[in-house]
Design a protein around this ligand. Structure first.
Ligand code: ADP
Ligand code: ASP
Ligand code: MG
Length: 414
């Protein structure tokens, strides 16, 4: 007997038929004698609609009320799945974040989980043999008692946090693809499913654009040592292959390590270039200080050494959503910074190549530069770190670049 957390995302619970399908997946594990807690997302499209309603009601809305609205999607699914389970003879009860409770920080719309109380669930596992169906994405703030949400894609984090609290043997993330691939399989049909991927690599993949797992869920899984297994809810519930999927695990548990494991890309980037900036001490502080004060995350930074010793150009990227605010912030600080012109672009993509093998191999990025150049793809900015490098390119070349790099590093399936 094992203790399992099973998480089902939006497309897996898109309508009543899909929810019935999920109930059969759960029944399979219950029939096998396991203790099961299920975490559900809102039905696909629901959260987007709720977010849009908040915007329509008022562009500048109260984040506490936003959370009240958007948390409702998960409540619907948890109730419906409990009904569907009961209908096929499986004892089940729904739980909202505030009922357990799942205690979070007060950062509405992007709250962090502080504590999960699993005692009630364990009691019910033991006494009533009941499946707990828990709403993902939501929690409650300890002091105010108000409903919070964990940021988009947050049900993954709910699931991993609950698995850690329950000391579950495994956290199964059921989604609309059958595992983690070398890159988004919807963009590159030749992408290959990975049997295993190291936590560090998954962390980079997720934070650099692959939305298959929310970044915080991977962080939490790494710290709390949760076995996370990504698999498909679209495979037949009664005869699913228990080995088909991707295990997120420690680096040491991977036998054959390739140099490059995967490629991620993100279109949510914007580029800002400041022309003829004074090349003197303190200028970077004058630029990035105000951006930090405005809570704007700066990612790639490229600065030239000036030829004349007087001025230079400086380029950096910010999240596309912060583009206008970032430009305003720089303009407002123009007197302190001193520059000739401000340029910007939002039609850019950040493509990232990831692999722990890069630690011990030189020249991995150089091959990418050559290969992209041969296809006429210009690189606007580059950043590197121990296990990844990222390139900023024109958005129009996204698919060509990802496919080119995917083949270059031998990731295509045979
Ligand atoms: P869910 O609703 O189940 O949470 P998401 O839509 O959040 O599912 O995440 C699954 C999607 O992530 C897939 O449909 C796929 O298009 C996308 N994705 C991006 N990169 C990858 C990758 N490397 N491997 C698998 N899926 C990926
Ligand atoms: N329903 C939420 C969202 O769409 C949380 C999730 O699906 O993980 O972002
Ligand atoms: Mg998701």
């Amino acid at each position: 007997m094992a203790r399992l957390v099973m998480k089902f995302g939006g497309t897996s619970v898109a309508d009543i038929e899909r929810i019935r399908n999920v109930a059969r997946h759960v029944k399979r594990e219950v029939d096998a004698g396991h203790e099961v807690a299920v975490v559900v997302s809102a039905m696909s499209g629901t959260t987007n609609r709720l977010v849009e309603w908040c915007r329509e009601a008022s562009a500048l809305h109260d984040a506490r009320e936003y959370d009240t609205v958007v948390a409702s999607g998960e409540q619907v699914t948890s109730g419906l799945l409990a009904i569907a389970l009961q209908a096929i003879g499986v004892a089940a009860r729904s739980w909202q974040g505030w009922q357990l409770p799942i205690v979070t920080s007060e950062a509405h719309a992007s709250a962090r989980i502080l504590d999960v109380n699993g005692d009630e669930l364990v009691k019910r596992f033991l006494e009533r043999k009941e499946v707990a169906v828990i709403s993902g994405f939501q929690g409650v703030h300890s002091d105010t008692g108000r409903i919070t949400t964990l940021g988009r894609g947050g049900s993954d984090t709910s699931a991993v946090a609950i698995a850690a609290a329950l000391k579950a043997d495994r956290c199964d993330i059921y989604t609309d693809v059958d595992g983690v691939y070398t890159t988004d399989p919807r963009v590159v049909p030749r992408a290959r499913r990975l049997d295993r991927i190291a936590f560090e690599e998954m962390l980079e993949l997720a934070s650099l654009g692959a939305k298959v797992l929310q970044v915080r869920s991977v962080e939490l899984g790494m710290v709390r040592q949760v076995r996370i297994f990504v698999r498909s809810s679209f495979d037949p519930p009664e005869s699913i292959d228990p080995h088909k999927g991707t295990l997120i695990c420690a680096e040491e548990d991977i036998v054959e390590q390739e140099v490059v494991t995967g490629i991620a890309f993100s279109k949510d980037e914007a580029q800002i270039s400041i022309r003829n900036v004074q090349d003197k001490p303190g200028v970077a502080a004058n630029i990035f200080g105000p951006l930090a004060d405005a809570n704007i995350n700066v990612d790639m930074i490229v600065q030239n050494v000036s030829a004349d010793g007087a001025t230079t150009d400086l380029t950096f990227t910010v999240p596309a959503a912060d583009f206008e605010r970032a430009k305003d912030t720089i303009s407002n600080a123009r007197a302190q910074i001193g520059y000739a012109r401000l340029d910007g672009a939002t039609d850019v993509t950040k493509v990232s190549v990831i692999g722990v093998g890069m630690r011990s191999h030189a020249g991995v990025a150089a091959r990418a530069f050559r290969s992209l150049a041969e296809r006429g793809i210009n690189i606007r900015a580059i950043t590197t770190s121990e296990i990844k490098f990222s390139l900023l390119i024109d958005a129009a070349y996204t698919e060509l670049a990802v496919r080119t790099l995917h083949s270059l590093y031998g990731l295509d399936k045979s």
